[in-house]
Ligand binder design. Structure first.
Ligand SMILES: NC(=O)c1ccc[n+]([C@@H]2O[C@H](COP(=O)([O-])OP(=O)(O)OC[C@H]3O[C@@H](n4cnc5c(N)ncnc54)[C@H](O)[C@@H]3O)[C@@H](O)[C@H]2O)c1
Length: 267
């Protein structure tokens, strides 16, 4: 338990599904008051109901993070309900459609930049003002391994994630004097789309810890960054990737598959 998260007002964008949902549920389990944001009423209602069924506190907030009008209305609703915002997790992001550079067009590029990168700014801007006035707060942005090592057919996505890491450092400098810490999480390969067993195995073989990540794997680092345990950490990016970014090539290419590594009984 992170005692410091109890009663904190925590907004998680894009928490209708995937990683955001798991992070929202985990904050709620610490006694935080959740604001569940997404573009779909159905998924928001579902997550609010799940949190409440577990004895937690949550309100739903429909808003497209790329719209400053919609985000402004969401912030007004949060302030009307709670009168403060302690933590923002900028999780909302568009992963697809994947397009080869030559298949891509400007509309594709602009939409992904608008949601993934500009969305971080649009949500953080009013939230940080509120945090500054109340004496502090914490922002957790959502990067990707693509910020450091690129994916094929992800030019816009990877550009947003590189931008998010730079934004994280720049915001940390501007907001530090207001007692607002800004950090980022860098997920590796997390199964948020219900991959079949073959796909999970294939992806897991490329991960030093030997398995694909689950949304719950992201939650410990999110809670830590938002808690008082991280009170002297800002402008940082925490990798939660099972060691993916630590490796240059897969085990099979380097030497042999992990299943052929020395058996424990032989040690
Ligand atoms: N899953 C992974 O392996 C992985 C890896 C690296 C980074 N990430 C990042 O983690 C975050 C969550 O990814 P996920 O895998 O859970 O994806 P997901 O698609 O399962 O969840 C993203 C959520 O964001 C919502 N969303 C999309 N556009 C929105 C908008 N304009 N406004 C508000 N909400 C919006 C979606 O409706 C969805 O519920 C993203 O930022 C993604 O880039 C994921």
């Amino acid at each position: 338990m992170h005692e410091s998260l109890k009663d904190k007002v925590v907004l998680v964008t894009g928490s209708g599904g995937g990683i955001g949902r798991s992070i929202a549920q985990r904050f709620a389990s610490q006694g935080s008051k959740l604001v569940v944001n997404d573009v779909s009423q159905e998924t928001v209602d579902e997550v609010v109901a799940l949190i409440e069924a577990d004895g937690g506190t949550a309100m739903g907030a429909i808003a497209d993070v790329s719209s400053s009008e919609q985000v402004g209305a969401m912030m007004d609703a949060v302030m009307a309900e709670h009168g403060r915002v302690d933590v923002v997790v900028n999780n909302a992001g568009l992963v697809s459609p994947m397009l080869h550079f030559f298949e891509a067009d400007e509309a594709w590029w602009r939409r992904i930049i608008d949601v993934n990168l500009t969305g971080h700014f649009i949500v953080s801007h009013p939230a940080a003002r509120i945090m500054a006035k109340q004496g502090g707060g914490c922002i957790v942005n959502m990067s990707s391994g693509g910020a450091t090592r690129a994916h094929r057919a992800f030019t816009a996505y990877d550009a947003t994630k590189g931008g998010i890491e730079a934004l994280t450092r720049a915001m940390a400098l501007d907001l530090g004097p207001y007692n607002i810490r800004v950090n980022a999480l860098m997920p590796g390969s997390i199964d948020t789309s219900g991959l079949d067993l073959d796909d999970r195995k294939l992806r897991g073989e490329n991960v030093p810890l030997g398995r694909i990540g689950e949304p719950i794997d992201m939650t410990g680092a999110a809670l830590f960054l938002a808690s008082d345990d991280a009170s002297y950490i800002t402008g940082d990016v925490i990798k939660v990737d099972g060691g993916m970014l630590a490796q240059q090539r897969s085990a099979t290419v380097d030497i042999k598959p992990p299943s052929e590594f020395p058996a424990v009984e032989e040690l």
